[in-house]
Design a protein around this ligand. Structure first.
Ligand code: ADP
Ligand code: ZN
Length: 722
């Protein structure tokens, strides 16, 4: 009898599955198996029977070592893997790796240790011990880690009291991955617009077929409450839901709201979840035991047993694009997954991406508008501060009118947010004596002064160095000048202007961990801060009840580069930031400092006229053939030396198949021409919308000269930034 040979895809940088003999194992497509690979063994997935096994290879084919006792990857997920690989041109094995995050040592869930009060107080009392004992005074059992966290003490403090007999340990069952959300737990009273939108979503879930819907609601309109009703409907029907969120690792606010609506938190999937817990979540999702997952973009590749709904919150957010490894856009691939699974997908945003806006205008996506804020709060009133006419004095960044508004807000016991999307103290440091500028030795970038950390830092590669005592060029001392502002410098100015105010600077580099961030967000919510100074970390999604004034310190910052998406990004970011103002009480105010008050982005923000912005932006994209009216792909070639990178980029360009519909631009130096010590050149392809650009690039690379030595090639279909 002929041996049965099957294709097994392994999670390594290979596009094609390997053939293995099934032996006595009754394996089927989708089964997760262990196979020998070179000298080691790895986990792979049976992709199907090998179509026509080469008989000459027969005696070289190895056997599958074992079949794992985990649910098979269903056809839907296997098709998604094939699709994403075919589209992004990433090796299929690398896409599979994202779907196979079940960890190697998946074992039974670990029991946890709980503690409770058991004996007399310790002889030596410390403030930390006192806090812990106060927490446990109610006699309840708490998991050890939870007790330490809630009391704000280290694990050592808990262990000390266990050793001294004040606390006793108790064995707790493993932490469940997710409870059962109750769709009837606390349904909100919806506004009319919310109710209409929610009904449409429920219908789409009930129809159990592919459809795309856009919950298009202004900031504070209650989009979350609306898509929760779609989730409730899926739960009622016993089907799983996936909610994608751009910044889920950073904030618990939306998870708390989920719990308030459904009685339990959803299962979480993001970088802050421990590997062990992720392995358990993966398995429970595959077994259909997890009704709702809230996750970052990678949750898209979870092996849902019966997915009935996908929600993409803040669908316009750039964080959905993965910029390394498999370069995919999670929102776009979520639409693909929904169409494969024949289920509805719900996109939510106050500032939809131009792609989504065009899809809604063309009727491909159904638009569900929420034109007003929930509870009737007015949208913020936005004004420009023209920096060329009423800017601050030299070396200062807060114009008198903005300073006045902040002062007023503090007097009224309201909060103000000063937004500046630039980390550190100053983006450039130079020597007054000789003009020397501090640049990164490995990148084509200036070093950013970070005074809180006392370092000069490269924002591209992380290189850092202490502040030198003297100029490396002319040896002058005390000759350094900081040019331009970052949030730290802004904090200095705020300190001089408002010495009494409680100021919080929020920027990703100042965060030691996620718990600190969550605590800082809470301190804003609870009104323990007067002025928040922040980067985009504070711009998104948060609901700060007492925040009424938003000052945008440099609105032109994102417009300067030649990126075709610069206007869209700036509009979205500024509208989102301004949208933090006045969400609960009083009239919110947004003040935008700009040199270009006549720019279409600024005019739309000031007039509160979103349509005007989309109309002008869509017209521009149509005229220039930029997405979504045309398609783009970029290929970046890098090498240790500039000539090597350039020579290969030229050869690559010369090998491009002729097709008058495809325009090849470049090679030219990439916008960051030196990154981590590697020289980079870029080729850009522009094609009409209907053209299969992935197919074109695949054919091109097949005939292109091989990448050898230290050359590297990065392909990005639908690049988001330039
Ligand atoms: P968006 O996401 O559209 O900016 P949110 O979903 O954050 O708006 O809602 C804004 C605020 O209004 C939140 O505090 C939310 O809890 C509240 N809210 C929205 N809809 C309702 C409702 N139907 N009942 C009670 N509160 C609501
Ligand atoms: Zn660098």
């Amino acid at each position: 009898m002929a041996r049965r040979i099957v294709d097994v895809l392994v999670p390594v940088a290979l596009d094609h599955p390997y053939s293995y003999a099934a032996g006595d194992l009754p394996v089927a497509a989708g089964d997760v198996v262990r196979v020998p690979l070179g000298r080691r063994e790895c986990t792979g997935v049976v992709w199907g029977d090998t179509a026509a096994p080469d008989p000459r290879l027969d005696n070289r084919i190895k056997e599958i070592a074992a079949k794992l006792d985990v649910p098979p990857l269903n056809p839907e997920l296997r098709r998604l893997v094939d699709w994403v690989a075919g589209y992004t041109l990433a090796p299929r094995g690398m896409v599979l790796r994202m779907a196979l995050r079940m960890g190697e040592g998946l074992g039974p869930a670990r029991e946890r240790v709980g503690v409770r009060l058991a004996g007399p107080p310790p002889e030596r009392m410390t403030p930390a011990r006192a806090r812990l004992l106060a927490l446990l005074a109610d006699g309840l059992v708490r998991a050890k880690g939870d007790a330490a966290r809630e009391a704000g003490v280290s694990a050592g403090v808990v262990d000390g009291l266990i050793d001294e007999g004040t606390l006793a340990t108790v064995v707790l069952p493993p932490d469940p991955i997710a409870g059962a959300p109750d769709p009837g737990f606390r349904p909100p009273a919806l506004s009319d617009a919310q109710a209409t939108a929610a009904a449409a979503l429920r219908e789409a879930v009930a129809a159990a077929d592919f459809s795309a819907l856009l919950v298009d609601g202004v900031t504070g309109s209650g989009k979350t409450e609306v898509y929760f009703e779609a989730v409730a409907e899926a739960v009622r029907r016993g089907r799983q839901s996936l909610i994608l969120m751009p910044e889920i690792a950073l904030t618990t606010q939306s998870l708390d709201r989920f719990a308030a609506r459904f009685g339990v938190r959803p299962a979480e999937w993001h970088s802050e979840v421990s590997p062990r817990r992720r392995a358990r979540t993966w398995q429970a999702v595959a077994e259909g035991k997890v009704p709702v997952v809230a996750g970052a973009r990678s949750a898209l590749f979870l092996p849902f047993r019966d997915l009935g709904l996908i929600v993409v919150d803040e669908e316009h957010d750039p964080a959905y694009k993965q910029e390394d490894g498999v370069r995919y856009h999670a929102r776009d691939m979520a639409v693909v997954r929904a169409s494969i699974a024949k289920i509805p997908i719900v996109l939510a945003s106050a500032t939809p991406s131009v792609e989504t806006e065009v899809n809604a205008r063309k009727g491909r996506y159904r638009r569900l508008p929420l034109p007003q804020r929930f509870g009737g709060q007015a949208l913020p009133h936005v004004e420009a501060i023209d920096l060329s006419r009423e800017g601050p004095p030299r070396g200062r960044w807060i114009a008198p009118r903005l300073a006045e508004a902040v002062k007023l807000a503090i007097e009224r016991r309201q909060q103000a947010l000063l937004f500046l999307n630039r980390r550190g103290y100053a983006p450039l440091t130079l020597c007054r004596g000789c003009g020397y500028r501090f640049a990164c030795p490995q990148c084509d970038a200036w070093l950013v002064d970070h005074r809180f950390r006392r370092q000069l830092v490269c924002h591209h590669c992380g290189f850092s160095t202490g502040h030198p005592a003297a100029c490396p060029n002319c040896e002058a001392t005390d000759s350094f000048v900081a040019c331009g502002p970052g949030v730290e410098r802004l904090a200095e100015e705020v300190g001089t202007l408002f010495p009494q105010a409680r100021v919080l600077v929020m920027s990703s580099d100042l965060l030691t961990d996620v718990d600190t961030l969550r605590e800082e967000l809470r301190s804003i919510e609870e009104g323990r801060v007067d002025i928040v100074i922040g980067t985009q970390l504070v711009a998104k999604g948060h609901h700060f009840p007492r925040l009424n004034l938003v000052g945008i310190v440099d609105a032109d910052l994102g417009l300067a580069n030649g990126d075709p998406r610069a206007a869209e990004r700036t509009f979205q970011l500024l509208a989102q930031v301004a949208g933090r103002a006045g969400r609960e009480e009083g009239q919110g105010v947004g003040l935008i400092q700009t040199h270009q008050p006549e720019h279409p982005v600024m005019r739309a923000l000031i007039a509160g006229d979103r349509e005007a912005f989309y109309a002008s932006e869509i017209a521009t994209r149509e005229r220039t053939g930029y997405p979504p009216f045309g398609r783009l792909a970029s290929v970046i070639v890098s090498a240790a030396t500039r000539p090597a990178a350039e020579a290969y980029a030229r050869k690559l360009a010369a090998a491009a198949p002729r097709d008058e519909r495809v325009r090849l631009l470049g090679p030219a130096e990439a916008p960051v021409s030196l990154l981590r010590g590697r020289h980079r050149f870029r080729l850009l392809l522009k094609a009409p919308r209907g053209l299969d650009l992935s197919g074109y690039v695949r054919d091109w690379l097949a005939v292109a000269p091989k990448v050898t030595g230290d050359l590297a090639r990065e392909i990005d279909i639908d690049p988001m930034s330039f």
